[in-house]
Design a protein around this ligand. Structure first.
Ligand SMILES: Nc1ncnc2c1ncn2[C@@H]1O[C@H](COP(=O)(O)OP(=O)(O)OP(=O)(O)O)[C@@H](O)[C@H]1O
Length: 298
């Protein structure tokens, strides 16, 4: 279990909010932190990493306390520094060293005494061997992201923290890397915390979602239990994003992007009345007919 039982006062543009999280996460889950901008998602990652100190509370990983400070105490009784926490993280801007090659970026993160084979293994699993001698500035965004991911894994962390790692990538590249992330998550038995705003990403990757609203847990559970209440059930169910809604005679033709594929279905006026391009939807089947339902943002 990873226990996060913390409180921290945050200063937001709307004034002060209190980040208050008390949850025991299952190890080896892929957990998405979901919520509006400013809700406190990144701060949760930073508290886990030891980069931000809660006002009081406890962070415990398995039997080890990483942080503990009782309410009213003048200082924490335990506060492991980031380098002592078994954590790897990848932020949106990748933060690679521009003057070092791909493999040098990885060697730099390798702890003393660890076999250099670890770097070779990670270059192989992230399919970066051919680019090992290149500098980051000649790599595509997706390749740089893969280097950042490989570097985060050099210290064999138990926990991987990802702050919107796919948001700067086009949808094809993001999908490819998401598949790779799943492979890595299982291969290294990681517990992964991912901050994401993207529904297809949440459904494709995570088995647990924590919705944060103004610093509090608003909802938690599997992606379908959190986002698909009152949604149609059916033999197939895919989440996607509406690209286009066109009227064709008495019905509407809806183009929906699901992963990298565009699906076109016919829909009735009542199904599309409140929909617009960019909305997230679920496509399902009811008595062999496709139906569409909007996913409501929290
Ligand atoms: N160390 C800190 N002390 C006080 N306030 C902070 C601290 N770090 C962040 N904040 C504030 O807390 C609020 C939540 O920030 P955070 O980055 O966690 O939000 P978020 O949910 O990740 O948002 P986004 O999706 O926009 O990245 C922000 O208003 C921020 O200014």
């Amino acid at each position: 279990m990873i226990v996060l039982d913390i409180q921290k006062r945050l200063l937001s543009a709307q004034g002060e909010i209190v980040l208050k999280v008390n949850y025991a996460f299952k190890e080896q889950d892929l957990i998405t932190l979901f919520g509006k901008s400013g809700a406190g998602k990144t701060t949760i990652l930073r508290i886990l990493a030891g980069l931000v100190e809660p006002d009081f509370g406890r962070v415990q990983v398995g039997d080890t306390l990483w942080f503990e400070r009782t309410k009213g105490a003048s200082k924490p009784s335990i506060n492991l520094p980031p380098q002592k926490r078994s954590i790897g993280f990848v932020f949106q801007d990748y933060a690679l060293f521009p003057n070092m090659s791909v493999e040098e970026n990885l060697y730099f993160a390798l702890p003393k005494g660890v076999d250099k084979k670890k770097v070779a293994e990670l270059l192989e699993i992230t399919e970066l061997q051919a680019l090992a001698k290149q500098k980051p500035n000649v790599l595509s965004g997706g390749q740089q992201q893969r280097v950042a991911l490989a570097r985060a894994l050099v210290r064999s962390p138990e926990i991987l923290l990802l702050d919107e790692p796919f948001s700067a990538l086009d949808s094809m590249m993001a999908y490819k890397l998401q598949k790779e992330l799943l492979k890595i998550h299982h291969h290294f038995n990681l517990t992964t915390f991912l901050v994401s705003h993207n529904f297809s990403e949440v459904f494709f990757l995570s088995n647990f979602v924590l919705c944060i609203e103004k610093g509090r847990i608003a909802k938690q559970g599997s992606p379908s239990s959190v986002f698909l209440e009152d949604m149609p059930s059916g033999k197939f169910r895919h989440s996607g994003v509406v690209l286009e809604i066109k009227k064709s005679g008495l019905v509407y033709i809806l183009s929906v992007l699901i992963g990298n594929e565009i699906a076109q279905i016919t829909a009735q006026e009542e199904e599309v009345r409140n929909l617009k391009s960019g909305d997230s939807v679920i496509l399902a089947s009811k008595a062999w007919n496709p139906v569409v339902a909007q996913i409501k943002n929290l």
